[in-house]
Write a protein that binds this ligand. Structure first.
Ligand SMILES: NC(=O)c1ccc[n+]([C@@H]2O[C@H](COP(=O)([O-])OP(=O)(O)OC[C@H]3O[C@@H](n4cnc5c(N)ncnc54)[C@H](OP(=O)(O)O)[C@@H]3O)[C@@H](O)[C@H]2O)c1
Length: 233
């Protein structure tokens, strides 16, 4: 999305939450950090003369997405989400779909397991105090709350070969993942299928109604269809 906007020379700013120590540099002016809730985002939109907001956050960034819906409505600017299609099970998959993180913790109840906990860093604490051993793959080597865990520092996109080797090397028996969709993080699901491993897959959170596209081209067409007075994205 950022590349497409930059290639067309469209005036745009890229916003990061600031969760990772060294975020990937984007081909657009970047800003980092929260806006200060709905009011803060609405104020930023007005001050910067933004005419279109593209919510390209992760499908599990539910608060930011809800704030974008409310702030754009308040500031009276157009909003569209760029969202990857969710993953769907294929023949050979052993998926246990759960509604949220708490249900994922419950789904692991039983015998001690060796779990690839592929949910990022933020909610790891929910899995503490269990008898399982965890494998974590994190973007930064910063501290994490689980004592019984092995940490691998790595950044996607990942390959099926690499993930197969990772699951075998750590004798993984279960995978816990969010249904992020897209190709960058799907290798673990293919590797799980090949190894016959169960995947506890967390369903996407609720996000208020908004215009949603799944392809960058569609968002670009939507931007071009906007008013000729548009100034920024
Ligand atoms: N949740 C995941 O599993 C996941 C996975 C991969 C990447 N990410 C990315 O990591 C970021 C944070 O995710 P999250 O789940 O913590 O979000 P969240 O719970 O929806 O948002 C929490 C707060 O973080 C700030 N924020 C989030 N995204 C922002 C952005 N792009 N620019 C500026 N501020 C932002 C906002 O603060 P204010 O209220 O102060 O504006 C928001 O209210 C998102 O941009 C998301 O795309 C999330």
């Amino acid at each position: 999305m950022a590349r497409a906007l930059a290639e067309e020379g469209m005036e745009a700013v890229f916003s990061y939450a600031g969760r990772t120590a060294s975020p990937i540099t984007q081909p657009l002016p970047m800003r980092v950090g929260g806006f200060g809730g709905i009011e803060g985002l609405a104020q930023y939109i007005r001050e910067q003369g933004i005419t279109h907001v593209v919510d390209a956050t992760h499908p599990f960034a539910a608060q930011m997405s809800a704030h974008a819906v409310a702030a754009c409505s308040q500031a009276n600017v157009a909003l569209a989400a760029l969202e990857r299609q969710p993953w769907a099970p294929q023949t050979g998959d052993d998926w246990r779909i759960v509604p949220d993180l708490a249900a994922a913790v419950q789904a692991l109840a039983g015998e001690p397991a060796c779990v690839f906990l592929a949910i990022g860093r933020q909610n790891l604490g929910l899995f503490a105090g269990q008898k399982h051993h965890y494998l974590l793959r994190l973007v930064d080597p910063a501290p994490q709350p689980l004592a019984n865990a092995t940490v691998v520092v790595d950044r996607g996109p990942f390959t099926v070969g690499g993930d197969l080797a990772l699951l075998r090397r750590h004798a993984i028996t279960h995978i816990v993942a969010k249904n992020a969709g897209g190709s960058g993080a799907s290798a673990k699901l293919e590797a799980a299928r090949l190894l016959g491993l169960p995947v506890i897959l967390i369903d996407r959170p609720f996000i208020p109604d908004r215009l949603v596209f799944s392809e960058v081209d569609q968002v670009m067409r939507w931007l071009h269809a906007g008013s000729s007075a548009e100034r920024g994205v």
